[in-house]
Design a protein around this ligand. Structure first.
Ligand SMILES: Cc1cc2nc3c(=O)[nH]c(=O)nc-3n(C[C@H](O)[C@H](O)[C@H](O)COP(=O)(O)OP(=O)(O)OC[C@H]3O[C@@H](n4cnc5c(N)ncnc54)[C@H](O)[C@@H]3O)c2cc1C
Length: 418
């Protein structure tokens, strides 16, 4: 079904309040809130809660935050590491106490850091992101990731993969192995294939990209495949599990990727393993057997441990993809809900929006968008309110959507880290 793009874009232009995000008012009650994780979810929530008048302490392990969104443009040679680098400590200007440290446990109203420091709280909001499940692909552990980088957490891993692409000979084979759903950023691996192809087409045109997938279909598939045919004919091959694409194991020492039917000698191997909620969520007891954190779609409070709210990639509130856009939207809803709960008020049932932009080339973009409502404590996708870019669009639409992607990135990084 073709989506009415004007309706979607009009929706994107609307203010978050107009879409139903509860407004974070100035609280009568000053709560002590500990926010764990200074990424897209945590940084946004910390800022909103501080503006609402609460005492907010943000605990972030790393001094520097590297954004995964737009990290594929670094791999494609269109941007540098500086373009995806941010400092969580900028939140101090908003009254947030920023502590560089690692949260290792939550119990009896206190968040404990690895330094031994204890942070008492009225409510915790965590947005700790994902951990890789090492060993889920036999042979793929932390040591193997230094040789066959996942680059699914940005920073050093992004740099390793970029260096390998730069060093690779013309005519080499780049293997990309995306995981099964659910995982961080469903269209990310295919955007990555596109932007690596953009680099190879210019610099090493005899090279090939092989996507060995763990699933039978992927996000925005028709749009990606159309772009690959138009921009990189013959360069990218996608193999689903039914055609032998499932990666059975890897041998990092020989750069071999093994499927059920074949062995591939890779020049560069980007292995993206399955993921789960980050370790602090496990330690706090907010993770269930799925590996993710079941939460209320009304408040983002854990279904398992009262007083702990989880947003971003780690949470499972019902229907909503794992994206920075989602993490940012969920952070605002959770901040408003915490504010209401501390004042003994009823949280407002939210409407949330997500849009995932993808670039197939610097001036070739498209999107998938969704609107999510809440019913009985879980989020559901509002039928007919979202959709994907039309397949038969003119080139100027692709150019405009690439520009929208860059504007979105500037806006969201400014809101979280600016
Ligand atoms: C290649 C790629 C491209 C992407 N492109 C897009 C895109 O175009 N658009 C989009 O919307 N999304 C995109 N994403 C997805 C996006 O990166 C994530 O959805 C987003 O980062 C989730 O935010 P978060 O706050 O849940 O986690 P994160 O951003 O990962 O932040 C978690 C933070 O918590 C910290 N932390 C974890 N544990 C602890 C602890 N115990 N103590 C202290 N600190 C801790 C970490 O250091 C980290 O800084 C992309 C992802 C990838 C991999």
């Amino acid at each position: 079904m073709k989506t009415d793009r004007r309706k979607v874009l009009k929706g994107l232009g609307a203010s978050t309040a107009a879409l139903g995000f509860p407004h974070v008012g100035r609280a009568q009650v000053r709560g002590q809130i500990v926010v764990i994780g200074g990424g897209f979810g945590g940084a946004t929530a910390a800022r909103y809660l501080s503006h609402a008048g609460h005492d907010v302490t943000l605990v972030e392990r790393d001094a520097t935050y590297f954004s995964c969104p737009f990290s594929n443009t670094v791999l494609g040679g269109m941007a540098g590491m500086g373009d995806i680098t941010f400092q969580p400590r900028t939140l101090s200007a908003d009254g947030v106490r920023v502590v560089q440290g690692e949260a290792v446990g939550i119990a009896d109203g206190t968040v404990t850091l690895s330094s031994g420091e204890g942070l008492p709280y009225d409510r915790v909001l965590m947005s700790p992101g994902v951990d890789m499940i090492w060993g889920a692909i036999p042979g793929y552990d932390e040591a193997a990731a230094e040789i066959m980088p996942h680059a699914w957490k940005a920073g050093k891993q992004t740099q390793i993969l970029r260096s390998q692409l730069e060093a690779m000979e013309d005519g080499g084979l780049v293997v990309i192995a995306p995981p099964a759903n659910p995982y961080r950023c469903p269209p990310g691996p295919y955007e990555r294939a596109s932007l690596i192809a953009h680099f190879l087409k210019a610099e090493k045109p005899r090279s090939r990209i092989l996507i060995l997938d763990a699933k039978e279909s992927f996000s925005k598939q028709a749009l990606f495949e159309q772009a690959w045919d138009a921009l990189y004919p013959g360069m990218i091959e996608w193999i689903p599990p039914s055609m032998g694409g499932r990666v059975a194991s890897v041998e990092a020492d020989t750069m071999t990727v093994v499927t059920d039917f074949n062995r591939y000698d890779a020049s560069v191997a980007n292995i993206i393993p399955p993921q789960r909620a980050a370790a602090i969520a496990q330690a706090a007891g907010v993770v269930d057997e799925t590996g993710w954190c079941p939460v209320s779609g009304l408040t983002f409070e854990s279904d398992l441990v009262p007083g702990i709210h989880v947003v971003g990639d780690a949470c499972f509130p019902g229907a909503m993809p794992k994206s920075a856009f989602s993490a940012n939207a969920q952070a605002k809803v959770a901040a408003a809900a915490i504010n209401a709960l501390l004042r003994d008020e009823s949280p407002v049932s939210p409407k949330l929006l997500n849009t995932c932009y993808s670039l197939a080339a610097p001036d070739y973009g498209f999107t998938v968008a969704g609107v999510y409502g809440e019913a009985e404590g879980k989020l559901f996708e509002v039928e007919g309110a979202g959709g994907v870019s039309p397949i038969d669009a003119d080139n100027d639409v692709r150019v405009a959507e690439a520009e929208f992607a860059r504007s979105w990135y500037a806006t969201i990084t400014n809101e979280a880290f600016g």
